[in-house]
Design a protein around this ligand. Sequence first.
Ligand SMILES: *[C@@H]1O[C@H](CO)[C@@H](O)[C@H](O)[C@H]1NC(C)=O
Ligand SMILES: *[C@@H]1O[C@H](CO)[C@@H](O)[C@H](O)[C@H]1NC(C)=O
Ligand SMILES: *[C@@H]1O[C@H](CO)[C@@H](O)[C@H](O)[C@H]1NC(C)=O
Length: 379
Amino acid sequence: MCSWLPSAILLSTVFFIGSALLVTDYKEKFIGCNLYPVKVTKSKICEKECRPDGTETLPRGIVTRTTDLEMRPLWGPPKKKKSKSPMNLLAIAVGIKQKQNVNEIVKKFPLAEFGIMLFHYDGNVDGWRDLKWSDSIVHVSAINQTKWWFAKRFLHPDIVAAYDYIFLWDEDLIVQYFHVGRYLSIIKKEGLQISQPAIDADKSENHYKLTAREINSTVHRRAVNIHGPGRRCFENSMEPPCTGFVEMMAPVFSRESWRCAWHMIQNDLVHAWGLDFQLGYCAQGNRTANVGIVDSEYLIHKGIPTLGGSAGSLTNAEVERLASNKGLQATSTLEESDVRVAVRRESYMELDNFKNRWRKAVREDECWVDPFHQHVKPN
Ligand SMILES: *[C@@H]1O[C@H](CO)[C@@H](O)[C@H](O)[C@H]1NC(C)=O
Ligand SMILES: *[C@@H]1O[C@H](CO)[C@@H](O)[C@H](O)[C@H]1NC(C)=O
Ligand SMILES: *[C@@H]1O[C@H](CO)[C@@H](O)[C@H](O)[C@H]1NC(C)=O
């Protein structure tokens, strides 16, 4: 009797502390749930259930959280033959001036395996109707909006949840040396969450060593650029644009990486400058391993300055005028090149803005840990 009493006390103390820990854990886990009346059934205690925001008053089975962009017939079975392989999505912001080139791009993406969406920034939708595929795809029109503006508004992760990979491309890419089937099998095999076809640097406007095509290579994940021009990159550089980086003109996202990237796109920063440098945070782990450039399927980038392409592209003369800060006329009489200068200037302002927001977010989020710099955050 005397010998087991202390151990009984000890045991119950342990049990008490243990359950206290359990309770805290439980509370943290289910915080925010349980706002509505709950029922206790024979088989289940329902107060533990966490239901998606807004659906608390609905029975679970009727809740349809995600959708796709597939068109459905008014009656009968869907016209589009259901492909056995999973679906992917191609989205391009387009203007009628690039119709022929966009036609070439779209023809490379089999309709049976791809949802296709055109974002018309010039409001001209009818001009595309003579193309064979035009009635089989989704058209969205909003005047003078950029690819990122459209993507933020029409490619919410829950809307595109059906697609394995999302191609968010510019309209001025030449696809002569690109085969989408081979591309997909390469990125799956290599485990690339974020990727882009390499850019043929000899024939293109190309800004980064990393995204330039390497001859006789299938995929590469880092660039060495010891002497410049541009940012210096060494064998052991761990940061974009040396590794873990793609450009904004032809990114391809996995479903999971897009779910992350969509959240990072800012509503008001429509040129999205600076986003490319942070995309590695959406790589679902090691950005050096999971972000890559596919050399064997590559593109030529024309660099035509449009809203569906590199809106900030300028001629040398325009850059000079921007640098000297002269020549930007009153907004009522903007000429085409003035528009470009203005867009470029806006893009730089957005870049600053985005960097500041990122820094502020890092400062203010006490719980965030930078996966790529695991040292203690300075205050
Ligand atoms: C769209 O932008 C162009 C310049 O690129 C401008 O001339 C035109 O007026 C704008 N349209 C609208 C509706 O704002
Ligand atoms: C690429 O490979 C081919 C044949 O394998 C070879 O002849 C050629 O020299 C290689 N080119 C480069 C740039 O390595
Ligand atoms: C990330 O991946 C690269 C390339 O596969 C590898 O060399 C590196 O060691 C990895 N880093 C970590 C932290 O796992």
